[in-house]
Design a protein. Structure first.
Length: 256
């Protein structure tokens, strides 16, 4: 081999090395598992891209598809990414892919507690029933599903009387004006438990009005009850059983 030929080879090799140094390898690096936050995801959301600035922006903006629901996951393949690149006029062979054949996409999520839903429903009960809302007890409360990360609103519909003393409040969760879930909380309207102040067999004073005069007689309670309850009282003096309303412990008002 002549000196001239060797010199030409050296010059070509040097040119190739210089050209390679000026055009760095364009790479797309994606780990095996990736978390996404939005309803849709782009290549820039899941990949680290090394390329010329204009190419990097084009790659980053490529929409790849819909994200999985909050708390769930889906598979996405390298071949799907290559198809998207071709759809945008890019040759996948121009890029070096550092990624497994299939990646796992997960949607970042947060949990909403059942307690939060119940408290929201109770607040609505308070608005409509005031202090009587304390008489309502929870019958059923569905377990909420995970929702996407970020701020969300908790709103309630008016209380619905389903039947008798059964009521329901619908709680709605929204995020950026998009519905995340609807939950119905069922309640039972229970009367407060009666505190027994008079028991069967207790002596009790029965009061009754005779014009402007207040009369009273001592009798024996034949039934039990609390303040405001009507009970039967036996009056030994008349040997009759009368109806009286309990006004305080050991005292009742004769019913007219």
């Amino acid at each position: 081999m002549s000196k001239r030929t060797k010199w030409l080879i050296v010059m070509v090799m040097a040119a190739l090395v210089a050209w390679g140094a000026e055009t760095p390898t364009q790479t797309i690096t994606i780990p095996e598992e990736v978390n996404v936050t939005g309803d849709q995801f782009t290549l820039g959301d899941i990949a680290q891209i090394v390329a010329a600035p204009n190419v990097q922006k084009t790659l980053s903006d490529i929409l790849l598809g819909m994200s999985p629901r909050a708390g769930l996951q889906r598979a996405f393949t390298r071949s799907q990414i290559e198809i998207r690149l071709k759809q945008h006029g890019l040759d996948p062979k121009a890029f070096k892919f550092n990624m497994p054949i299939t990646i796992c996409l997960k949607r970042s999520s947060q949990n909403v507690s059942v307690e939060m839903l119940i408290n929201a429903a109770k607040a609505r009960l308070k608005e409509q029933f005031g202090g009587n809302a304390d008489n309502f007890t929870v019958m059923t409360a569905p377990k909420p599903l995970p929702i996407p990360e970020g701020d969300f609103k908790c709103e309630t519909d008016p209380v619905v009387n389903r039947s008798g003393n059964a009521y329901a409040v619908t709680v709605r969760l929204t995020q950026n004006d998009k519905g995340l879930g609807t939950y119905r909380i069922s309640f039972l309207n229970e009367k407060p438990k009666t505190v027994m102040v008079v028991k069967t067999g207790d002596p009790i004073k029965v009061e009754f009005n005779s014009g402007a005069i207040l009369l009273s007689a001592t009798g024996e309670a034949r039934t039990s009850g609390g303040i405001g309850d009507s009970i039967s009282v036996y009056l030994p003096g008349t040997k009759k059983i009368v109806k009286a309303v309990i006004t305080s412990e050991r005292t009742a008002q004769l019913k007219e």
